[in-house]
Design a protein around this ligand. Structure first.
Ligand SMILES: Cc1nc(C(=O)O)sc1CCOP(=O)(O)O
Ligand SMILES: C=C1C=NC(C(F)(F)F)=NC1=N
Ligand SMILES: [Mg+2]
Length: 539
């Protein structure tokens, strides 16, 4: 049977491995369990099997695939593929060159290629539409399945670069599957974040090995994967993500929710910020906990209205930070990420990039230098951890904020003379193949907050970090019917208004600290956003 190439369903692509089978299972039982529960494409991948037994195995798997009308791809071994008339092959960069593979297999067979970087896309585009039919984009996340890994994990941002190259070189025929360390805890984030910058395409499928092949119950594993892939809503926080434009009324409602829900705000942050952050959190009717103990983070995340503030000025070990991200993502509780000094040193750049690929954030907040760098609009190294000295115009900052929001499908906040807040969550909508249907960063809801400058804000410690505490309190205090964008915008408006008020009341930076807490306390408990000095404007 020959499969029309445009009909191939790449959505759940099982790559086999007979070295990880749990007791009581066989290669065939695992493959059948997968096919019965929604696997749409199968690849036999045997690295150290003699040709004779490989052929036998391939013929048996082929029989099962035919039963479910699913194409069978052979990894690396063109000879075996031809011998059994498989539906196609998958080859890596070090295997037989694609044009030779095509010459041997003919035009109707499916040819897949492992791609790890944009330059390889340029090559396949040059070969044209009759060569590579799909690419395996990876290695997305760390995996033990691929021995002697040559590629370091690229994360969703690396996959975006490959998708962008497909659009740049107009390889519209070429389909894509993500691969490498894919499991239920990251599949939806991958589908949501791996979108070309022009919004016109996302991955066509999820490809994996161990989640099914090593599963004691491969049926259940496949059902769970199938259900997640078919969900078109990525609900990573238990509150509303629909598009809204914040108003004094909606912000008033956010504050009432925070006040009655009294969120637990776990701070993983730097030492300088801890004390002040705790006091800011208390002023906002929330309860702070400054814990960096890995073994308790799962329990904390399960406390009602728990909210995590991850400020990477913290010296906590990366394993603890990752455990915290995992714990809060697992229970859909919001994480506010503050990549302090994002690119000031190689250490921070590496740490922040690692964490950014590792979890889904409700909000990413930074100063203009951090946001410009995250948006890749400003490549010079940051000076210290203060905002860059250059005067950046509002349009550039608004665009950078939208780009960060789009890349990470989060609410991005850029603080400075004016603050910018963009909503890149798309209401949680995410789909294979069609990306964001052409909606790009500049199409995202974005607001600018004006409030006049507050120079003294820069003369105290932890003023930026404590905006993080405010955001984490607000997003943590929402009811399930509360709106994430309203909460973040409300937090920034409140913080800016309090800063302005405190700057008129203080005698210097010492009393400014105290006045800021008083102002936050008063404005929060008064809850009259319509009277706040900070103004909001659609950008
Ligand atoms: C077969 C393969 N190719 C990869 C690549 O990056 O090209 S990663 C990989 C193994 C993926 O296994 P698991 O789903 O168990 O992580
Ligand atoms: C190394 C590989 C990379 N990607 C893929 C696939 F997912 F099929 F594209 N298969 C492989 N064997
Ligand atoms: Mg190979």
């Amino acid at each position: 049977m020959v499969f029309a190439k445009e009909d191939v369903n790449y959505s759940l692509y099982l790559v086999t491995d007979s070295t990880m089978l749990p007791p009581g299972t066989t290669l065939y039982s695992q493959v059948e369990a997968g096919l019965k529960n929604g696997v749409t494409l199968v690849q036999i991948r045997e690295k150290d099997t003699e040709t004779g037994s490989f052929i036998e195995e391939a013929l048996d798997v082929q029989k099962i695939c035919k039963k479910y009308n699913v194409p069978l791809i052979i990894n690396d071994r063109i000879d075996v593929a031809m011998a059994i008339d498989a539906d196609g092959v998958h080859v890596g960069q070090q295997d037989m060159p694609i044009p030779m593979v095509r010459k041997l297999l003919g035009p109707s067979k499916i040819i897949g290629w492992s791609v790890g970087k944009p330059s390889e896309v340029e090559t396949l585009a040059k070969w044209g539409p009759d060569m590579v039919d799909y690419i395996g984009v990876g290695t997305l996340f760390p995996t033990l399945t691929k021995k002697n890994p040559k590629k370091s994990p690229m994360g969703p941002q690396g996959a975006i670069a490959v998708l962008d190259a497909l659009e740049e070189y107009k390889a519209s025929w070429c389909r894509t599957v993500g691969i490498g360390g894919l499991h239920p805890d990251n599949i939806q984030r991958v589908i949501s974040q791996c979108v070309a910058t022009n919004g016109k395409r996302s991955l066509d499928g999820i490809s994996l090995v161990s989640d099914i092949m090593a599963a004691p119950d491969a049926c259940a594993a496949t059902v769970r994967l199938r259900e997640m892939i078919d969900r078109t809503k990525y609900q990573f926080v238990d509150c509303e993500l629909n598009e809204s434009f914040p108003t004094a009324v909606s912000i008033k409602s956010v504050i009432s929710q925070v006040s009655s829900n009294r969120p637990l705000v776990q701070h993983v942050t730097n030492k300088v910020h801890q004390n002040f952050g705790a006091n800011v959190t208390l002023a906002l009717g929330s309860s702070p906990i400054m814990s960096e103990i890995q073994s308790e983070v799962s329990e904390l995340a399960r406390i009602p209205n728990a909210s995590l503030l991850l400020n990477t000025g913290s010296v906590a070990p990366i394993e603890m930070l990752k455990a915290a991200i995992n714990a809060y993502n697992e229970v859909n509780r919001p994480i506010t990420f503050d990549p302090v000094g994002y690119s000031a040193t190689e250490t921070r750049l590496c740490l922040n990039n690692n964490l950014l690929t590792y979890g889904q954030f409700a909000c990413i907040k930074g100063n203009s230098s951090e946001i410009l760098f995250l948006a890749k609009l400003n490549n010079d190294k940051m000076k210290g951890v203060d905002a860059g000295s250059g005067k950046n115009d509002d349009a550039l900052l608004a665009r950078a904020t939208q780009i960060v929001a789009f890349k990470y499908k989060t609410i991005a906040v850029c603080t400075g003379e004016h603050d910018f807040i963009a909503d890149g969550t798309f209401g949680g909508e995410c789909k294979l193949s069609s990306g964001t249907a052409g909606v790009t960063a500049e199409g995202l809801p974005c607001v600018m907050i004006e409030n006049g400058s507050i120079p003294i804000m820069g003369d105290i410690t932890a003023s930026g970090c404590s905006l993080g505490s405010t955001i984490a309190s607000f997003v943590g205090g929402l009811d399930p019917t509360g709106n994430l964008f309203d909460a973040v915008v409300g937090a920034v408006l409140l913080y800016k208004t309090a800063g302005k008020l405190a700057s008129t009341r203080c005698q210097g930076s010492g009393s400014f600290h105290v006045q800021l807490i008083d102002a936050l306390y008063q404005l929060f408990h008064e809850n009259k956003p319509e009277k706040w000095s900070a103004s909001l404007k659609k950008f």
